[in-house]
Design a protein. Structure first.
Length: 307
């Protein structure tokens, strides 16, 4: 007897689903029985130009040919009203909304002192504000039906660190706070909210510099990690089987899944009489210093070949 599909009857919105990781998620969700809203405005990796409606329409065509159900959406997540229309289309088309995957993103990398205000603001708008806009639009429906799942995409650029990505790192770490807050506020309504940090080759990852041998080797490792490897974890978190998993941060790398840490106290010092700048220099900081984090980058922490 054939096994039951994990997302049978569910309606799922996937933003940035025209290519790469988003496409892989949309395809698997449809294969697992979900009706999928494939959102993608078809812009370039920096948020400009692009192929318009084509990427989203192509994914819908692939899903339909495979026997699934999907509809294309071309709105931008970077503004509140267009983002809300993505959720509205799901409800208008299929009668409800069960899950939102906040995957849409752009990159505008630059070393911090050379980063423009526009580059910082636009990356924040697409990643962080976009995740808020779509989640906020879906929250009312989730509250009314006492169920729903959010999967937000974070990055080790924010969780750990990377060069030249202050805008991206700030947005991605902000998404972690957003996800945890949603989990806390909406858990009473049967809503779960989690983050996924993906390791996979995509157009956005294609912007990583390859000037040194170490950088070339890193990119070669990433190129072996297909975006389809991210989708099973996302589909699980959207399914009824994952409904009790909430407020967590996962990383997915090839066949590896990591549960990532969250900020907790590491070490403490105290003085009964309180602190002065002088006693902090003499006692406080020297006592805490052995537990300081190094200025690691993602590649420093995930230094072994993917499994």
């Amino acid at each position: 007897m054939a096994s039951t599909k994990s997302l049978d009857g569910k309606v799922i919105v996937v933003t940035g689903a025209g290519r790469g990781i988003g496409r892989g998620i949309a395809m698997l969700c449809a294969a697992e029985g979900a009706k999928v809203v494939v959102n993608d405005p078809g812009v370039g990796t920096d948020g400009s130009g692009g192929d318009g409606a084509a990427p989203a329409e192509q994914v819908v065509e692939e899903i339909t040919k495979a026997g699934g159900t999907a509809v294309a959406n071309f709105e931008s997540v970077a503004e509140a009203i267009p983002a809300s229309k993505i959720i509205k289309q799901a409800v208008d088309t299929y009668g409800k909304i069960d899950g939102v995957v906040n995957n849409a993103g752009i990159l505008r990398d630059a070393i911090f002192h050379k980063m423009s205000i526009d580059a910082f603001e636009m990356v924040i708008k697409v990643h962080l504000m976009g995740s808020f806009y779509t989640s906020h639009a879906a929250a009312r429906y989730f509250r009314e039906q006492n169920s729903g799942s959010f999967v937000h995409f974070t990055s080790t650029s924010g969780l750990i660190g990377n060069f030249g990505q202050a805008n991206y790192a700030a947005a991605k770490l902000g998404i972690v706070g957003l996800s945890k807050s949603i989990a806390l506020d909406m858990g009473r309504f049967g809503v779960n909210s989690n983050c996924v940090s993906p390791f996979a080759w995509s157009r956005m990852i294609g912007s990583i510099p390859t000037e040194t041998e170490a950088e070339k080797a890193r990119v070669e490792r990433i190129q072996r990690m297909g975006p389809e490897k991210i989708a099973p974890l996302v589909a699980y978190l959207l399914s009824d089987a994952g409904k009790d998993v909430t407020g967590q941060i996962f990383a997915a790398r090839m066949n590896e899944i990591f549960l990532m840490g969250q900020s907790r106290p590491l070490r403490s010092v105290h003085r009964d009489e309180g602190w002065t700048p002088q006693t902090l220099a003499e006692h406080g900081m020297p006592a805490l210093k052995p537990s300081f984090y190094k200025l690691d980058r993602s590649a420093d922490i995930f230094s072994w070949d993917p499994v």
